[in-house]
Design a protein around this ligand. Structure first.
Ligand code: LFR
Length: 490
């Protein structure tokens, strides 16, 4: 088939981008047409996403993509879990909450205990995270706003709706809500009842690759794109897109860390693991393309670093990544040990102070300079990557992987890649950094017959992108020793 052009809008927790992807035989090439900050908004009602602003950024990027190429289709992906409510006229009922808003703190464990952690896990296959959609919905105040709600759309589905008018729930993202039955692949009446949600709020589920609509006349007019431009449901959960673009053709069970605001570390499996051990270890079974399972655990990720940078910047301290990483490189190894997944790190705030308090509380010295603090974060993430992958392999009953694929923005962080190789004792194949946007484009290209199955998609990534390989160095035992020094409160 002749090469074609696709646009991907990919929204991350700190920035959004639109890329133009050109795909053909041996061709997979991205050009960014827009990049915009995603700054959460603190309002009296809590922490929110500025979705109209993000929609504007998407429109600008699509317009630019359309000036450069004839688009065969458009696809949207974003972080998971969060949703908007619409009224009977399709109007937005308030800005969607941010998953870091603390309003679910009490209701999440209460609902889990009431329904039964085992029942929840057997039904949905999901790890317990306080912000799973099911808990956010249980926390929604029942009042006029709730009474007016006629539709619930997850973030990428809402942006797709604003482009096309169509209403659909893309399945990979729906699998993160805690409302989808992992066994039937349908919305779960039992989970909807548990969260007191009327099933009519939810649109029908669609699989990645489904053409959901074409542009509304006013969208065509604002962007200058033809109204007939199709919009495709991609693997709209960003992590599903990122894992699709791991350059691992023919590797069998793929071990990955999708590393950005979060580190999502785990395996791609053909079937979910729903054992009691797996539940107790809080591993999740999210849906991937072709019905695959993303068997993984969320690790707090580079959020710890970006929040530290934000705090330093506010105080007029150095906050640029380059010098901070150089200082971390020079800092003493294993000087401090933190549990990156401690609950106090979830909400926005003064991260350096919280990390210092965490060290003090666990009977350690407090990091005394920025380099020491950054090194502490990166070592904690590398060790969490190693420990999580090891556990995933054990719980899923697989042989140890031969390499770890580290994709996403974090793959540009050479120190983190090296530390991850050292902690796992495995080679780290780092990149592509834009795995999510690539996965988005690949689903569209497959739907248009330009590339074949998953293996072919990954072969195309491997042939066109240039991952960097980090060999393990040092003694992995040193990591075990350092990390057994303090008792982490898991
Ligand atoms: C990563 C991600 C994770 C999800 C978290 C919250 O961007 O999508 O997979 O657990 O954000 O939605």
């Amino acid at each position: 088939a002749a090469p074609a052009a696709f646009a991907a809008a990919d929204l991350g927790a700190t920035s959004g981008r639109v890329v133009l992807g050109r795909v053909g035989p041996g061709l997979l090439e991205l050009t960014e047409t827009a990049r915009f900050a995603n700054t959460p908004l603190r309002l009296p009602s809590g922490l929110h996403w500025n979705l109209p602003g993000l929609h504007q950024g998407v429109l600008d990027g699509l317009a630019e993509a359309g000036r450069r190429a004839d688009l065969a289709s458009i696809g949207i992906d974003s972080w998971a879990v969060d949703y908007a409510l619409l009224d009977a006229d399709g109007a937005l009922l308030g800005l969607p909450h941010h998953y870091r808003d603390p309003r679910t703190e009490e209701i999440a464990p209460r609902l889990r205990d009431r329904v039964g952690a085992d029942v929840l896990y057997r039904t949905t296959g999901l790890q317990h995270l306080p912000f799973n959609t099911v808990f956010q919905l249980a926390a929604e105040p029942r009042g006029p706003r709730w009474d007016a709600a006629r539709r619930l759309l997850l973030v990428p589905d809402l942006l797709t709706h604003w482009l096309t008018g169509a209403e659909a729930a893309e399945a990979t993202n729906a699998s993160t809500t805690g409302l989808r039955d992992a066994r039937t692949g349908q919305w779960s009446p039992a989970m909807l009842a548990a969260a007191r949600v009327d099933a009519r709020l939810l649109p029908p589920l669609v699989d990645p690759g489904t053409r959901v609509g074409t542009l509304l006349p006013h969208v065509a007019e604002t962007t200058g794109l033809p109204a007939a431009t199709p919009v495709t449901a991609v693997a709209s959960h960003d992590t599903a897109s990122a894992v699709l673009a791991v350059p691992a053709p023919g590797e069998g069970t793929v071990a990955y860390v999708s590393c950005g605001t979060w580190s999502l570390a785990g395996l791609e499996l053909e079937h979910p693991v729903l054992t009691e051990d797996s539940r107790a270890a809080n591993f999740t079974n999210e849906l991937g393309v072709d019905g695959t399972t993303r068997y993984l655990r969320n690790i707090m990720g580079l959020w710890l670093l970006s929040e530290s940078q934000r705090a330093w910047r506010a105080r007029g301290l150095p906050y640029e990544l380059g010098p901070l990483l150089a200082a971390a490189e020079a800092a003493e190894p294993f000087a401090h040990v933190i549990d990156p997944d401690a609950p106090e790190f979830l909400a926005p705030g003064d991260m350096p102070a919280r990390i210092a308090a965490h060290c003090a509380r666990t009977g350690q010295r407090v990091p005394r300079h920025q380099g020491a603090l950054v090194r502490t974060i990166l070592e904690a993430l590398a060790w969490a990557h190693a420990r999580t992958l090891r556990e995933a392999v054990r719980l899923a009953g697989w042989a140890a992987p031969r390499t770890v694929h580290l994709v996403g923005g974090g793959s540009r962080n050479a120190l983190l890649c090296r530390l991850t190789a050292a902690a796992t004792g495995l080679p780290v194949v780092a990149g592509p950094a834009e795995a999510t946007a690539l996965g988005n484009i690949l689903v569209q290209a497959r739907a248009h017959g330009l590339v074949g199955d998953r293996d072919e998609q990954r072969a195309l990534v491997a042939a066109t992108q240039r991952p960097v390989r980090y060999e393990p160095t040092g003694d992995p035992e040193a990591w075990r020793r350092a990390n057994s020094l303090v008792a982490l409160e898991d």
